[in-house]
Design a protein around this ligand. Structure first.
Ligand SMILES: [Zn+2]
Ligand SMILES: [Zn+2]
Length: 218
């Protein structure tokens, strides 16, 4: 198998052309790639059956782009909340946000036989329609120091299957909320807390600014 160990170097997200799209077998991820913004994306071996074809990977990648993020502890308004909440319950540190992609996507079921899998890889139309699932991607975002970890799962009803992991640098420009710094602008409430525990308007240019009057409430 063409496998090149791929050691990410924290803080350096400017890959050379050779670094892009190189396969990896590290830590349960069968492939890694760099996105144009420098985000490093790992594709999970546990969902390889859903991402091995370029077209399927593009379907999942489009779903990742279409994720709506919610602040952690906001009630998560989707049915996948149950499996997500179960994951969150078992974590040692809480996520900064949870998300879900819409609309749903269709992918092959997990646990295909070798034969069905070969059939599918030859032509998806050959696979029995019972073996195609409709699913969504649910996601959790974590911050660790100056890095942001976005963990993506396929919602399989009673379980969540890890499908991909993104790692990117926090934007450490001053005057930003954690949400905007993490690139999760949807969860910013237009303000941030200074080290002196003062509330100030968020300086991000994403449109999260709030009128001064709004800052007085909570
Ligand atoms: Zn922002
Ligand atoms: Zn903001």
């Amino acid at each position: 198998m063409d496998s090149t160990p791929h050691e990410p170097e924290p803080g350096t997200r400017t890959p050379s052309a050779d670094d892009r799209n190189r396969p990896t077998e590290r830590a349960g991820y069968w492939r890694s790639e760099y996105l144009p913004d420098g985000t490093e994306r790992y594709w999970s071996t546990l969902a390889r059956h859903c991402t091995e074809r370029d077209e399927d990977r593009a379907t999942v990648a489009a779903a990742l782009d279409a994720i709506t993020w919610y602040r952690h502890k906001a009630s998560v308004p989707f049915s996948a909340g149950a499996s997500l909440n179960e994951i969150i319950r078992q974590l040692t540190s809480p996520p900064i946000a949870a998300g879900i992609s819409e609309p749903p996507i269709t992918l092959p079921e997990s646990g295909l036989s070798e034969c069905d899998r070969a059939l599918y890889l030859r032509d998806p139309a050959l696979l029995d329609s019972d073996l195609i699932q409709t699913t969504s991607v649910v996601a959790l975002a974590f911050r660790e120091s100056n890095a942001v970890f976005l963990m993506y799962y396929l919602d399989e009803g009673i379980q969540a299957r890890p499908v991909a992991l993104d790692i990117r640098d926090m934007d450490t420009a001053p005057g930003r909320s954690i949400g905007c710094g993490a690139g999760l602008h949807q969860i910013c409430r237009g303000r941030y807390i200074t080290e002196d525990r003062e509330t100030r308007p968020c300086q991000c240019h994403c449109g999260c600014e709030q009128p001064e009057s709004a800052l007085r409430h909570d």
